[in-house]
Ligand binder design. Structure first.
Ligand SMILES: *Cc1c(COP(=O)(O)O)cnc(C)c1O
Length: 437
């Protein structure tokens, strides 16, 4: 399996190279050259436990890693010590909620779904560095809206051959998130608050990555930049696994028979998690609709409705801070996957940079709308959803999960079909105690 860039289709890099590098030199994001089709293998994959399934899916993409390397990465990442159970994720039925399910992804060490990827990415990265840049040290720069930062620090702390620096918006993270980051232990970690919001942090980090003078400075010191944000392919890949896992549990719980389609509803910020669902769907997993849930920062809701992406709008600091984003990086991968047109993607991204907006061609919008459905809700509706889920189903959910829950209800009302919806639960309710209370 080789990888090309969303802004340069002629590139061909190995998985080790793209994980070590993080982002392509011309600013594009790495994508697999082709997607493996597993639709004929569903019955064979269905009975596997999480780790066995992860090994199968990951080895389709990391073809330059040995089976032993992949096994070491998976076994070291998803331990019962870190995730509280042999199975790191849970598909939960809520009493009285019918066929719907919540996919709990927050049983890892930092209580957010980012652990699913960030416990394994450092293991990929050290092996990728040994192949692609032997003897060099990886310098990880990470922009965070709160959860990525802590999960990345925890994943990379004291990992030999790596250093990590995290940048978070000074006024944009919860007190719990701020303290989680400020108290991080480890010899190779640093944390920095910036003036500005998440988008400012992410834009600045991308600029540092692609600055030739910075790259040269690092090269002289025997170091290379890499990324722990979802622009790194090594972060998206592990997220594909849990969509397969959730689907197979729907089958084993008798909700669906193998091959029948489910919908998934994903609380979305940088478009990484929902893009992993799209990859799973393209690989042949029977998913009908991908429901994209946003908070008051509804730039994606508007985009999916109109094809116009416009970040020139007020930025809201909400009760679901990990989704307070106006520039969703991974949308670039979707535009490329659907259009196959690197020149178009380059032009749209340059326009976004320059003017703050772009409009996709009609055919592309039609294709996006045939796959995605989008909705949003504000903080009041988020809090009502927490109350409603608690009162009706005796389940306490966090603010991000509540946004997705609310949008899933909107979908059911708007669209007359009754496929089971899997709502992704991305953080523990105890991570955002003020809002939940
Ligand atoms: C990061 C995060 C999200 C958004 O995920 P993206 O991959 O950025 O779309 C949602 N919920 C929580 C709790 C998060 O930490």
């Amino acid at each position: 399996m080789l990888y090309k860039s969303t802004r340069d289709s002629s590139l061909r890099l190995s998985a080790a190279q793209v994980i070590a590098q993080g982002i392509s030199k011309e600013g594009g994001l790495f994508v697999p050259e082709t997607l493996p089709d597993v639709s004929a293998r569903l019955a064979e994959l269905a009975p596997l436990d999480y780790k066995a399934l992860a090994k199968e899916i990951i080895s389709l993409f990391l073809t330059d890693f040995t089976p032993e390397e992949i096994t070491d990465c998976v076994e070291g990442a998803y331990t019962p010590e870190k995730f509280g159970d042999a199975e790191p994720v849970k598909l939960t039925a809520l009493p009285g909620a019918g066929n719907g399910r919540l996919l709990e992804l927050w049983h890892g060490p930092t209580c957010a779904f980012k652990d699913m990827a960030l416990q394994i990415l450092p293991r990929f990265l050290t092996r990728a560095m040994a192949k692609a840049a032997p003897g060099k040290e990886a310098v990880i720069l990470t922009a965070t809206s709160g959860d990525t930062g802590k999960a990345a620090l925890e994943g990379f702390k004291d990992v030999p051959g790596t250093r990590i620096a995290v940048f978070y918006p000074r006024d944009g993270v919860s007190p719990m998130q701020q303290r989680q980051m400020a108290t991080q232990e480890g010899e190779n970690v640093s944390v920095c608050a910036i003036e500005g919001n998440f988008d400012d942090a992410q834009t600045a980090v991308k600029q540092i990555f692609t600055d030739p003078a910075m790259q040269e400075l690092l090269a002289r010191q025997g170091k290379v930049f890499s990324s722990a944000n979802s622009i790194n392919w090594g972060r998206l890949l592990p997220q594909i696994v849990y969509y397969f896992y959730a689907y197979f549990r729907l089958v084993s719980q008798g909700v669906l028979s193998l091959g029948e389609k489910a919908n998934v509803c994903v609380p979305t910020g940088n478009f990484g998690n929902i893009l992993a669902a799209y990859y799973a769907r393209e690989m042949g997993l029977p998913i009908a609709r991908l429901i994209c849930a946003s908070n008051a920062n509804r730039v994606l809701t508007d985009f999916i409705a109109t094809g116009a992406y416009d970040r020139r709008r007020e930025f809201f600091t909400t009760a679901s801070p990990s989704m307070d984003i106006l520039v969703s990086s991974n949308l670039e991968r979707l535009l490329y996957l659907m259009s196959g047109d690197a020149a178009l993607v380059r032009q749209l991204m340059e326009q976004l940079n320059r003017e703050g907006c772009y409009q996709v061609p009609d055919e592309l919008l039609t294709e996006i709308q045939s796959t995605f459905w989008a909705g949003c809700c504000d903080d009041d509706a988020t809090k009502s959803a927490i109350r409603e889920v608690w009162e009706h189903h005796h389940y306490l959910c966090d603010t991000h999960t509540a946004v997705a829950w609310n949008v899933a209800q909107q979908y059911k009302q708007a669209v007359p079909e009754h496929r089971p919806v899997v709502v992704l639960s991305t953080a523990s309710p105890y991570k955002f105690p003020e809002a939940v209370l």
